[in-house]
Design a binder for this molecule. Sequence first.
Ligand code: ADP
Ligand code: MG
Length: 153
Amino acid sequence: MKFIINNLGDLEKFAKILADNIKKGDVFSLVGDLGAGKTTLVQMVGKYLGIDDYITSPTFSLVNIYNGDIDLYHLDLYRLESPEEIENIDFETYFYPDGISFIEWAEKAQGYLPDKLIEINIKQKEDIRELEFFSDTDRALELERIMDENFSN
Ligand code: ADP
Ligand code: MG
């Protein structure tokens, strides 16, 4: 099921629905090319979760931590040269969070990722983006259904 995002306003709608239905323990993998809008989606979800800090890309630090009503971990693993390097950070805290986690370039930590990862794929096609839930866990299917019922662009 593809959700068509025509502009940043559509992405905001998608982000709000996600934020409204997010649950502690959810771990999202955002998959898409550079510039697809992965970080932007995390920024928007964070805003709707009431996180006051401006969310910036953790490209150099691998992880940024935001404390709010619900704690948010934002990881960007682009710079991992091998999966084992994930052991340099407290990855279990982020992959099995008390709050929620968003991971960009999760595939770089292949072998360490949690089974229940909720993958959202962002595909850029000229001026639009297509967002698609990829995982087939119960939770991912539930969020996909909720999005289908609530999202309109
Ligand atoms: P990524 O983290 O995937 O590399 P970013 O979130 O940093 O990408 O986004 C790169 C740029 O694309 C930002 O300037 C952002 O405002 C813009 N952008 C992201 N999503 C959209 C969208 N749906 N429509 C228009 N511009 C977007
Ligand atoms: Mg990014």
